[in-house]
Design a protein around this ligand. Structure first.
Ligand code: GLU
Length: 281
């Protein structure tokens, strides 16, 4: 059997904080326990928010934590053609359609909320005539492409995936995926020709990832990934969802809430062991 391959896949749109350190350390610890290796992937599809200086800083932070990874590091911003190819395969299956709705159109007509609490897309553009689609595309109206989730699920039937935990050495448990609770998700955004969901499944397959370690905040998104893997004929990794670090307000740590960066902590004299202790490892 081939060796386990894991990955840490940060988005370089700000400095890393303790939440990222937990995720990275969990991944490298898991790789060690499983006798495998951990790769680094830079998830920089958002070319306006992601910056080379954040990439340089995250290399420094991770090295400081004592982590290393095989080169070359994969950058998603260099792989737009591959994501477009995957999207085209879904298009050829008639599972992708153009959506011209604005955020406020969606908020006004939402049929509920998705697992992240965002307005659930009401399916407005799903039934648009081909003539109107062509006209609006030719006119250059801002467009995003959505997965017809119901049609996709009709093709795949019931979907399951394997989850391990609380130890990565535990036997996998089988879970049902429920992609329908996300509605018709965006797979090609207005501002970038792919999306988190599409890129992550293409790259987990390309990097032969056997075990996906990610925070519980991305647990529900796995439903969509399992659906896309099945549609695109990609292998299904095993999933491990780690706990999240919460701030004093009980919310997940985040850059926008001004959580202290690893660089700040280092400047204050913290050691990598202090970080491990602080994140409970
Ligand atoms: N890039 C994602 C993030 O920084 C994580 C990717 C994943 O684990 O799927 O939140």
């Amino acid at each position: 059997m081939s060796k386990p391959v894991l990955r840490f896949a940060p988005s370089p749109n700000g400095p890393l904080h303790l939440g990222h350190a937990l995720s990275a350390l969990v991944t490298w610890d898991a790789a060690q326990k499983l006798g495998g290796m951990a790769l680094l992937r830079i998830e920089d599809i958002d070319t306006t928010r992601c910056k080379p200086e954040f990439v340089a800083a995250l290399f420094e932070d991770l090295h400081w934590l004592g982590l290393s990874w095989p080169e070359p590091v994969l950058y998603q911003s260099e792989r737009f053609e591959l994501y477009a190819e995957a999207a085209n395969r879904l298009r050829a299956m008639d599972l992708l359609y153009p959506c011209f709705c604005s955020r406020s159109d969606i908020a006004q007509n939402a049929t509920g909320t998705d697992p992240d609490g965002a307005p659930l897309y009401p399916g407005t553009c799903r039934h648009m005539s081909n003539a109107e689609r062509i006209e609006r595309l030719e006119r250059g109206d801002p467009v995003q492409f959505r997965l017809d989730t119901e049609a996709a699920m009709a093709r795949t039937g019931l979907l399951t995936f394997s989850v391990i935990g609380p130890s990565v050495l535990d036997r996998p448990q089988i879970r049902y995926a429920r992609p329908e609770r996300w509605g018709d998700v965006v797979l090609q955004r207005k501002d970038t020709p792919t999306s988190y969901h599409l890129s992550v499944v293409v790259d987990d397959a390309a990097q032969t990832i056997s075990h996906v370690t990610r925070g519980r905040d991305l647990e529900a998104a796995t439903d969509i990934h399992v659906l896309l893997q099945m549609l695109l004929g990609l292998p299904a990794p095993i999933y491990f969802f780690h706990r999240l670090l919460l701030g004093d307000d009980g919310q997940k740590l985040s850059k926008s809430k001004g959580s202290q960066s690893l660089a700040d902590l280092r400047a204050q004299g913290w050691t990598p062991d202090d970080v491990r202790r602080a994140v409970g490892l």
